[in-house]
Design a protein around this ligand. Structure first.
Ligand SMILES: C[S@@+](CC[C@H](N)C(=O)[O-])C[C@H]1O[C@@H](n2cnc3c(N)ncnc32)[C@H](O)[C@@H]1O
Length: 277
């Protein structure tokens, strides 16, 4: 079967899943991303002693932070569709000294093996935009959360991606064309509040945050390079156009005038007593 253009739909079938491990870890280390992630986890009010599930845990960047928040009396479980990511997440958790507090297992977020209501909180961070059945995944997260527990989701919204580039039409063609081809919903972020409310969660709260980069951080550089590569692969632009587009970005960085921003929408809702719709 042909591979879907979104590599996160089938990590283990990609030519180089370890490159994706490095990319997620590089994102996780980027100072603005650390702030963004930790602000969202604070907003989600993860409690010491809590039992937390992260769906789509990747290499475990979020789970490692959650382990510190729940402390030694808590428990953190990451579920991910990729065997490679789960293996690497276990290794990285040991390396970061939280191996005994976080567990990872392979699974599909839309079909969780857990009984109803066993977690105090469930999270999915930059996952829903990659899945074709976001509502099924959310329903499963809600099912396994205890009544009174919380469900928290955070996604970028590629409709808010802004890059100050001298060639605006080319930038639009690359960003819109690639996002439309890859993601189930490139504008997922702004839909999350509505989705959680329509699935019956209560006290739904929104935290909009911004990834802001003015120095062309390694993660942003990789991001624009992949966008250019994909735009060529999807026949949106020529190789020469891609090179010219990237060169202008590097020139802005050298001149100290680079600017890229992207909104992240984080939403938290509470599971009501009784069966949630
Ligand atoms: C962009 S990564 C995010 C990883 C992590 N949450 C983070 O923020 O670092 C998206 C993850 O979702 C996983 N994923 C995609 N579809 C999934 C599904 N149906 N069930 C479980 N995981 C899934 C991918 O394997 C990948 O690890």
């Amino acid at each position: 079967m042909a591979l879907h253009p979104d590599p996160y739909r089938a990590v283990d079938r990609q030519p180089d899943p370890l490159r994706m491990v490095e990319s997620l870890e590089a994102r996780g280390r980027t100072p603005t991303q650390i702030r963004l992630r930790r602000r969202f986890l604070a907003f989600a009010e993860i409690e010491p002693g809590g039992k937390v599930l992260e769906v789509g845990s990747g290499t475990g960047v979020v789970c490692r932070d959650v382990a510190s928040l729940v402390g030694p009396r808590g428990a953190v479980l990451g579920v991910d569709a990729s065997r490679v990511f789960v293996r690497e997440a276990r290794r990285l958790a040991r390396e970061h000294g939280v191996g005994s507090r976080v567990r990872f297992e392979v699974g599909d977020g839309a079909h969780l093996r857990f009984r109803d209501g066993v977690f105090d909180a469930t999270l999915a961070i930059t996952v829903l935009l990659h899945v074709p059945d976001a509502d099924n995944l959310l329903k499963e997260m809600i099912r396994v959360t205890r009544p009174g527990g919380s469900v928290g989701v955070q996604d970028q919204d590629f409709g808010t991606l802004a890059l100050d580039h001298p060639d605006r039409p080319l930038t639009q063609r690359i960003f819109d064309g690639v996002a439309r081809t890859i993601y189930a919903d490139p504008w997922s972020g702004r839909t999350l509040r509505r989705k959680l409310r329509s699935l019956g969660l209560e006290s739904v709260r929104l935290l909009t945050d911004v990834y802001q980069d003015t120095t062309l951080e390694p993660w942003s550089r990789t991001f624009v390079q992949r966008r250019a590569e994909n735009a060529v692969k999807f026949k949106l632009i020529s190789e020469r156009q891609a090179d010219r587009w990237l060169a202008a970005i590097e020139a802005r960085a050298r001149a100290g005038t680079f600017l890229l921003t992207l909104n992240f929408y984080g939403v938290v809702g509470v599971k009501p007593p009784g069966p949630a719709r």
